[in-house]
Design a protein around this ligand. Structure first.
Ligand code: ZN
Ligand code: ZN
Length: 145
């Protein structure tokens, strides 16, 4: 090793400058990255907070349903099936115009008005009990003015 040669364990001034510049560039890039993330977090925080609040409300609405299911899963499923099986009364209530307003709105399970249509054959029309038993004998009379 001679006096004018740089010892292996020391950096040349050029290498030291290169490394110092790289460290500065790294620090600046990292600072910018952190700053961008802080901006993103600041921008998203209100939306995230609102979303969490919306989920809380949804959960509050669903909690009784969840409780009902957990208390009696089979009963809950049966209740849902019964609800899905509900059918509205399909009566044309004008056909029993003497007793308009008797309709209960919901068809009674198994209660059908059976008609034989010349075009589509026999039809089972779901009906509520009052509509099914209403008098249709005057259905085709023209109401007097
Ligand atoms: Zn009716
Ligand atoms: Zn009805």
């Amino acid at each position: 090793m001679t006096d004018d040669a740089t010892p292996a364990h020391e950096l040349s001034p050029e290498d030291a400058a290169t490394i110092a510049a790289a460290v500065d560039a790294y620090a600046e890039a990292w600072s910018r990255l952190r700053s961008e993330f802080e901006s993103m977090i600041a921008a998203y925080t209100p939306h995230f907070t609102a979303a969490v609040e919306a989920f809380r409300e949804l959960y509050a609405y669903l909690r009784p349903v969840i409780d009902a299911y957990e208390a009696d899963p089979e009963g809950f499923k049966a209740a849902i099936a019964a609800e899905r099986a509900r059918v509205s009364c399909h009566c044309l209530c004008g056909m029993h115009r003497d007793t308009m307003g008797i309709c209960e709105g919901e068809a009674e399970p198994g209660a059908f008005l059976v008609i034989d249509s010349p075009t589509v054959g026999r039809q089972h029309i779901p009906m509520c009990r009052p509509c099914l038993t209403a008098d249709r004998s005057r259905a085709h009379e023209v109401p007097s003015a």
